[in-house]
Design a binder for this molecule. Structure first.
Ligand code: SF4
Length: 213
């Protein structure tokens, strides 16, 4: 019998979830209209028991096509910043608050469009389950959408980036910018400065994980 679409992602989560079974279940998610826009569900990836989880906003154009998170230009910049901060990318779990790419056409290009509160809420069971299963010691929110989803609507990354925020989500929780914002810096000097600040934020998390804060 054909599966009936559900509008509640929580109902798709298996009784005894594992990252693999939850990822498989998320492929069929139709809990919001973004399933009609994106090519596929882009679930989180990385070490099953990662100490560090990075949470972004949503997959981008290349992530949507490949089915993997943080593989486009912002992901490459993230890789570089992690390496410079002394963090092994293969020991990290990377994911997004929304698992489908939201976009609008501009000529032949697909331009990123910010997910709305309803889409973020609809997708939340997937992220909550990832956090529950991975149980990272540190969570870093990348950008305002992730930070406000996990730390509250009033949270401002511009004012509180790099601060360690008390949270029930993990022992160490903080927020910084999304690496895509560094790509949008107006010139080389601004880009270098933003990259340095981003790397410093990640380095502080690495120090905290090593018990050195
Ligand atoms: S964005 Fe999230 S809630 Fe919406 S269809 Fe995709 S996986 Fe489901």
């Amino acid at each position: 019998m054909a599966k009936r679409p559900t509008h509640d992602a929580a109902k798709l989560i298996p009784d005894r979830p594992t990252i693999r079974s939850v990822r498989d279940a998320a492929r069929d998610c139709q809990a919001c209209d973004l399933c009609k826009l994106g090519t596929q569900t882009v679930f989180g990836e990385g070490a099953r028991k990662a100490e560090l989880m990075l949470v972004g906003e949503q997959p981008g154009d290349q992530e949507d096509l490949s089915g993997h998170p943080f593989v486009g230009p912002a992901g490459k910049l993230l890789d570089r910043a992690l390496a410079d901060a002394g963090i092994d990318r293969t020991a990290v779990y990377v994911t997004n608050v929304v698992k489908h790419f939201k976009w609008e056409p501009r000529g032949k290009r697909r331009i990123h469009k910010k997910p709305n509160a309803g889409e973020i809420a609809a997708c939340r069971p997937w992220l909550d389950t990832e956090i529950e299963l991975v149980r990272p010691r540190a969570i870093v929110c990348l950008g305002a959408t992730a930070a406000q989803a996990l730390l509250g609507k009033q949270f401002k990354v511009t004012a509180h980036r790099g601060e360690f925020i008390p949270s029930t989500l993990a022992p160490i929780v903080t927020a910084t910018v999304h690496p895509s914002s560094i790509l949008r810096a107006p010139d080389d000097d601004a880009r270098h400065l933003e990259m340095k600040r981003f790397t410093d934020d990640l380095r502080a998390v690495a120090r905290a994980l090593a018990g050195k804060r």
